[in-house]
Design a protein around this ligand. Structure first.
Ligand SMILES: Cc1cc2nc3c(=O)[nH]c(=O)nc-3n(C[C@H](O)[C@H](O)[C@H](O)COP(=O)(O)O)c2cc1C
Length: 211
């Protein structure tokens, strides 16, 4: 089934949350490029992405003022497009990546220089925040956009179940991992992910730790 709609809740996106996607763009020579990029759903038909300077994706978006957001859970696609270039035969003629359950096209509304306080890179002009409007969405099969929060909750729970059977050094290691997981979940996770991390935090506090 192909549904055409600009409602990103159809692919499980919640307003204000960040999802991992692969963005495809057109290079200056007409070839296609892909790179994993986090997409924040800004509500209605709007999204926000933040791209560090120096990437082909940013140059292409600034020049073309449009891009495609591909919704996928395929680890190989993320890996190949992060470490190098996705070969041209991975792309459809319309610029989307082949075999996507869902993808949507976007047009740039606004480009702003920005860097967040939490970034390890502090120089003011390292990143560009792009606000864009979804112009066309294709959903071929039911799929939820990838959110990093759930993986962290599961990982934290797995560590929690081992907490009482490991030594003190490993316990400290788990507390460190909890802190990092909680940081990411607070930033990108769903309400349910955040609630779960709070529940685990309380249990760790009952054991005398300050996660
Ligand atoms: C899961 C994931 C999410 C990413 N999100 C972003 C992002 O939001 N912004 C960004 O600038 N880079 C992000 N990156 C890094 C870029 O994908 C990476 O720098 C890529 O090599 C850029 O490729 P390009 O030069 O072809 O655009 C992300 C990487 C991964 C693996």
């Amino acid at each position: 089934m192909i549904k055409m709609n600009e409602d990103l809740t159809l692919i499980g996106m919640e307003k204000g949350r960040q999802y991992e996607t692969i963005i495809s763009t057109k290079n200056e020579d007409g070839s296609k490029n892909a790179a994993p990029i986090g997409v924040i759903y800004a509500g209605n038909d709007k999204i926000i992405i933040r791209i560090f300077k120096g990437s082909h994706t940013l140059d292409n978006i600034i020049r073309e003022k449009e891009f495609i957001v591909n919704i996928t859970h395929d680890p190989e696609l993320y890996t190949i497009s992060t470490l190098g270039n996705l070969p041209q035969d991975y792309f459809e003629d319309d610029g989307s990546i082949k075999c996507m359950k869902a993808f949507f096209k976007c047009e740039v509304i606004r480009l702003t220089e920005a860097v967040k306080q939490s970034d390890p890179i502090k120089k003011k002009d390292e990143a560009i925040v792009i606000k864009a409007k979804v112009t066309d969405m294709t959903v071929k099969e039911d799929v939820h956009a990838l959110n990093r929060g759930f993986g962290y909750v599961i990982e934290t729970l797995a560590n929690y179940t081992r907490f009482d059977i490991v030594g003190d050094d490993q316990k400290e290691e788990y507390i460190k991992k909890f802190k990092e997981a909680n940081r990411v979940v607070l930033k990108v996770g769903t309400k349910e992910d955040i609630k779960s991390m709070q529940i685990i935090k309380k249990e760790l506090m009952k054991k005398g730790y300050e996660p």
